[in-house]
Design a protein around this ligand. Structure first.
Ligand SMILES: Cc1cc2nc3c(=O)[nH]c(=O)nc-3n(C[C@H](O)[C@H](O)[C@H](O)COP(=O)(O)OP(=O)(O)OC[C@H]3O[C@@H](n4cnc5c(N)ncnc54)[C@H](O)[C@@H]3O)c2cc1C
Length: 273
C-alpha cells in the first residue's frame, strides 16, 4: 500500500470559530480512510479552480503523486495547499483555516465554502506516517510550543495528544483577542496569547518571558518569525538545536506555489538557513 492516497471528499459543515478562524468539516464515503496520527498531522489539500466542478488530480498516482500532479497543466490541475488535520471523528475530518482575506486561493475558497463543495485530500494511509513532525524524544518532561494562527490547529492537536505529567509552555500569536480558543490537554499547560492587534508578536512575547529551557521545542508560523524565534531559543536560551523542530508554514509575500518552485529548484521549503 502507498503511504498516501487521494481521497475525494465534500464539505459537510462550516463553522466560524472566531473572527479569523473557520472550521471546515469534511466528509464523504472514504473520509475514514484518512488515517490521521493526530498532533501536527499535515496533509495536502487540493482545490478546484473557479469554474471547475471538482479538483483535478492524477489518477492512480502511486508513490510519485507529486510528479504526476506536476505533469498536469498548471491551469487545469488542482490548486495544492498544505493544512493540518485538526481533529477526526468517524465520518468527519476538521480543517481549521486561518482566514487572510481574498489574497490566496485557499483562504478565498474557505471564505466561500458551503456544504457539498468538493475537495480532494492526499491522505495518510497509516497513523504512523511521515507527515507528523512533533516527535519529542521519549521521556521528555517539558516542551515549548510556539506559533501563529496558522499553527494554532497543530498546537491544538499536539496539546490534545500530550500526556498528563508533561509540562507545556505555549505561545500563540493571533490577530485579535477574540481569536483565542480553549485548547484541551491532559498536560500541565501554561499558555500565553500574543494578540497582534494589540501590538504583541510571538517572538517578542517569548523574549519577554522567563523561559524554562525545554527538552523539546516546536515552532511554526510565518517563516521570518519562526527563524527569529529559533535563533533566540538556540543562541540566547541555549536550547540544543537538535531539540528544536521548526517549520515555516507560510512566508510573507510568497504564495505556496512560489515556495514550491524554490523546492523544485533545489532550495529548502519555507525556510532558508
Ligand atoms: C505543514 C503546514 C501546515 C499548515 N497548516 C495550516 C492550518 O491548519 N491552517 C491554516 O490556516 N494554515 C495552515 N498552513 C499555512 C497555509 O498552508 C498557508 O497560509 C498558505 O499559504 C495558505 O494558502 P492561500 O492559498 O490562502 O495563500 P497563498 O496563495 O499561498 O498566498 C497568497 C498570499 O497570502 C500570504 N499569506 C499566506 N498565508 C497567510 C496568512 N495566514 N496570513 C497572512 N498572509 C498569508 C502569502 O504570503 C502570499 O502573499 C500550514 C502550512 C504548512 C506548511
Amino acid at each position: 500500500m502507498t503511504e498516501y492516497v487521494f481521497l475525494d471528499l465534500r464539505v459537510t459543515r462550516v463553522a466560524r470559530l472566531s473572527p479569523t478562524m473557520l472550521r471546515v468539516t469534511l466528509g464523504g464515503d472514504r473520509v475514514d480512510d484518512f488515517a490521521s496520527g493526530g498532533r501536527d498531522q499535515r496533509f495536502k489539500l487540493f482545490l478546484p479552480h473557479p469554474g471547475q466542478d471538482a479538483p483535478v488530480v492524477p489518477v492512480d498516482a502511486g508513490e510519485d503523486w507529486f510528479g504526476a500532479w506536476r505533469a498536469l497543466s498548471p491551469a487545469n490541475r488542482a490548486v495544492m495547499r498544505t493544512y493540518t488535520a485538526r481533529d477526526q471523528r468517524p465520518g468527519e475530518l476538521d480543517v481549521d483555516f486561518a482566514l487572510h482575506g481574498e489574497s490566496g486561493p485557499a483562504s478565498r475558497w474557505a471564505l466561500a465554502a458551503q456544504a457539498g463543495d468538493p475537495v480532494t485530500v492526499l491522505a495518510p494511509t497509516s497513523r504512523d506516517n511521515s507527515a507528523i513532525d512533533f516527535r519529542p524524544p521519549p521521556e521528555t518532561k517539558r516542551v515549548l510550543l510556539a506559533g501563529d494562527e496558522t499553527a494554532l490547529p497543530a498546537i491544538g492537536g499536539i496539546l490534545a495528544a500530550l500526556p498528563a505529567g508533561t509540562a507545556a509552555d505555549v505561545w500563540i500569536e493571533v490577530p485579535r483577542a477574540d481569536d483565542r480558543q480553549d485548547l484541551a490537554s491532559a498536560a500541565d499547560v501554561t499558555l500565553t496569547w500574543a494578540v497582534r492587534g494589540e501590538g504583541a508578536t510571538l517572538a517578542e512575547s517569548v523574549r519577554a518571558a522567563d523561559v524554562t529551557v525545554p527538552g523539546y521545542a516546536w515552532i511554526a508560523g510565518e517563516s521570518g518569525a519562526v527563524k527569529a524565534l529559533r535563533r533566540h531559543l538556540v543562541q540566547t536560551l541555549g536550547v540544543d538545536r537538535r531539540a528544536v523542530k521548526f517549520t515555516g508554514y507560510w512566508r510573507r509575500g510568497a504564495s505556496e506555489e512560489d515556495l514550491l518552485a524554490e523546492v523544485v529548484a533545489g532550495g529548502t521549503p519555507h525556510l532558508e538557513e
